[in-house]
Design a protein around this ligand. Structure first.
Ligand code: DLL
Length: 434
């Protein structure tokens, strides 16, 4: 049997859960129709009135919301409450051109904390634990989310944020951290350093809650082995709330979605048709309790499938398989969401043409990203800058656009292989979606 933060909700019989979802959905649809002009417009355009939505069986009638809608409505167009009711914003990682700003009321923060608390308790957390959070703090949701969840559980929270491995390890030993929260690649890094320094006997970690990027079962085994812990997956996205939209229980067999707050659907990404349980497609979420940023039928672009097979932990909430790919070309590199179009924008702004290639790899536990771009014939003729100077300019442009260091190689014209069909601009050697 499982460890629960709120057993009455987490193990609620399906029929009761669906009745609760229906009630909340009906209320939420009316709320967004009345309070968000953009939604009213979308629903009117689709010919759907709030009274047409009588329960979850009518969810499919609502129009989808896409990332481009969020961009077009930046920053306030999707607010469901007056700005004075909002107490926080969070934002997606390092993506200037595609930045999404999500707003929270205090009630929304409470819901988010509750979801993260459920994840921590599912990983065995209690008020006796020391929760070591080295997800980034700030606009990124990782740090604030797990921090809030840990407070709610009553654990001692170490708000370490990311980086400075020496200090992480020192605090881990001195303060007896028992639950580690960070990206799986950073956990693997910590594991490697702990092994190198022979510190395994000096740390007390028992569990880790890792997410924000794709990771494989091999990585899980490696992390569990080097850190001597049980490693739990956690999923979420800024638009929906941040981490805690779903999380693993002790069965480590898919992530339970917090269905009392978020209704999931799986759709065919080409046609938008809702797919039956078990089929792989794009994950879509409707937020039925949040008020400041109440997205309905938001297309995540993450590909996976859902299962309602009974889980022996006792939770009745549906499980999602870990993301198996994307229906767009977003990559998560060093924990940061990166779109090839952002890289192209930087290159074109600096006078290059779209003859480039992006190579993503993982050396040890660290992601690397290299951009190769051809000089244009005009640049060769003008001969007014060295290749090194051009490379430095692109590195700086990409750092400012993405927030991460990208290696850049400027090459001679016509040296990057031309494709006969759709250009293959991205080579991702990591093979993380398995
Ligand atoms: O990454 C929220 C988060 C923080 C989740 C900490 C878990 C832990 P965003 O920066 O908005 O939010 O990125 C969301 O990251 O659509 C997925 O593509 C990817 N992602 C998040 N969690 C996982 C996971 C946070 N466990 C995007 N496995 C999502 C695979 C994940 N991909």
């Amino acid at each position: 049997m499982g460890n629960y933060f709120q057993p009455e909700i987490e193990t609620m019989p399906l029929e009761q859960l669906q009745a609760l979802q229906s009630e909340r959905l009906v209320e939420q649809v009316k709320f967004v129709y009345d309070n968000v002009e953009f939604y009213r417009g979308k629903m009117d355009e689709a010919g759907v009135k709030p009274e047409d939505i009588k329960g979850i069986e009518d969810l499919h009638k609502l129009p989808f919301i896409e990332k481009d809608d969020l961009r077009d409505q930046y920053p306030y167009g999707l607010l469901g409450v007056p700005l004075s009711e909002c107490v926080r914003i969070q934002s997606t990682s390092g993506t200037t051109g595609r930045r999404v700003v999500a707003f929270y009321t205090q009630g929304d923060i409470d819901i988010w904390d509750e979801c993260c608390a459920r994840a921590i308790v599912a990983a065995g957390g209690t008020k006796e634990d020391v929760v070591h959070v080295c997800y980034g703090y700030g606009l990124f949701t990782g740090g604030p989310g797990l921090n809030g969840g840990s407070h709610k559980v009553g654990s001692l929270t170490l708000p370490m944020s990311s980086g400075n491995t020496e200090r992480q390890l020192q605090f881990m030993q001195d303060l007896g951290s028992t639950i580690l929260c960070c990206t799986p690649s950073y956990a693997a890094n910590l594991g490697e350093t702990i092994t190198e320094k022979g510190l395994k006997d000096k740390i007390k970690l028992k569990a880790g809650i890792f997410g924000a990027e794709p990771w494989t079962e091999e990585m899980r085994h490696n992390i569990e082995e080097t850190l001597g812990i049980k490693a739990y997956d956690i999923y979420g996205l800024t638009e929906i709330t941040g981490p805690g939209v779903s999380f693993e229980c002790e069965e480590q067999a898919g992530m339970h979605i917090q269905e009392d707050h978020f209704i999931p659907e799986i759709i065919n990404p080409e046609t938008g048709e809702v797919l039956p349980e078990g089929e792989i497609g794009e994950l879509v979420f409707s937020c039925i309790t949040k008020k400041a940023f109440p997205l309905l039928r938001y297309r995540t672009r993450d590909l996976c499938y859902l299962t309602r097979k009974k889980c022996s932990c006792g939770r009745t909430h549906v499980r999602m398989h870990k993301p198996m790919g994307r229906s767009d070309d977003m990559m998560v590199v060093k924990g940061v969401n990166v779109w090839p179009s952002q890289i192209e924008t930087v290159l074109l702004n600096q006078g290059f043409q779209a003859n480039y290639q992006i190579v993503v790899d993982r050396i040890g536990n660290n992601d690397t990203i290299e951009v190769q771009v051809e000089l244009t014939p005009e640049m060769v003729e003008a001969n007014d800058k060295t290749v090194a100077a051009r490379e430095a300019e692109i590195v700086a442009g990409l750092k400012s656009m993405l927030g991460i260091k990208v290696n850049v190689k400027v090459v001679e014209p016509k040296t990057i292989e031309r494709s006969e069909g759709k250009a293959k601009r991205v080579i991702d050697k990591r093979d993380l979606y398995k």
